[in-house]
Structures are given as C-alpha cells and as structure tokens.
Design a protein around this ligand. Structure first.
Ligand SMILES: [Zn+2]
Length: 146
C-alpha cells in the first residue's frame, strides 16, 4: 500500500470523516481561496509552524475539495517542503503522485472501489465521484495506484 493510501485510511478511521475541509479544521490548518495565476491550482505554506492552504479561486468549484485534500496530503506527508509548495498544472513528480494518491483514497469510498474492481464503474465515474480531474485519475491508474 502506498504512503498516501495508508495515511488516508488511517485518518478516515481515526477522525471519522473524509472531508478535507473538516480535517483541516481539526488540525487548525487555514484554507483560503485566493487569486492565483491560472496555471497554479493551489499551494501551501508553513510559516512559524502554522499551515495555510491556498486554493485558486478560478478553479471549478467542484475541484475545491480535491485541491484541499491534495495540499493536506503534502502538509501531512512532505515535511521536507518547509516553507512553500506551489502546484502547477501538469506537475508530475513523486510528491505530486503521493499527494494525489492521498486525495483519491480520502475522497473515495470503499463501496465504489469494489464496483470499479468488478468492472461495474469506469474511471470516468471515479472522476465524477471524487470530483478529481480526469487526467489525475488516469495518471493514478497508469501508475497502478487505483
Ligand atoms: Zn502538489
């Protein structure tokens, strides 16, 4: 099991929620919608021990939870990013995959994954259920993370 998947499962069972916004509240992480350049989905900062997540306010509103989940994944897993991490469209490094893996397993429910494994629902539907962009779901699939 990947790092992101394991952490998502752990949080869901410990906190009893899969809502990234609620989890950020519990951890006292701040979330802001901000005017950012078009190619920046979001970023997070860790200043004086305080974590803030910024989400591009021009993104489709249904992507808000996904971006929060992705940035939350960085905040919890990637200690090595210590001041600021920006997310550009098309970014594809190991940390990005881990953050997307975390977001996917946080937002996805087990019952839907069971249906997906049985071939009853498609990756398009996984994208609709999680409100994660199709290209992100496809990348996770190609990397064998789904
Ligand atoms: Zn990222």
């Amino acid at each position: 099991m990947g790092k992101g998947k394991e952490l998502a499962r752990q949080l869901k069972s410990q906190l009893g929620t899969n809502d990234p916004v609620h989890i950020c509240e519990l951890y006292h992480y701040h979330i802001f919608k901000a005017k950012l350049p078009r190619n920046t989905k979001g970023f997070y900062t860790k200043l004086y021990g305080s974590i803030s997540i910024f989400v591009n306010d021009k993104l489709p509103p249904e992507h808000f939870r996904y971006i929060c989940a992705h940035e939350l994944g960085h905040a919890l897993m990637h200690e090595e990013i210590n001041v600021m991490h920006k997310d550009f469209q098309g970014d594809c490094e190991q940390m990005e995959l881990e953050a997307d893996e975390f977001a996917f397993w946080l937002l996805m429910e087990d019952k839907w994954m069971a249906s997906y494994r049985l071939g009853r629902i498609s990756v398009v539907q996984l994208s609709e259920i999680t409100h994660m962009p199709m290209e992100v779901i496809e990348r996770l699939q190609q990397k064998g993370i789904l």
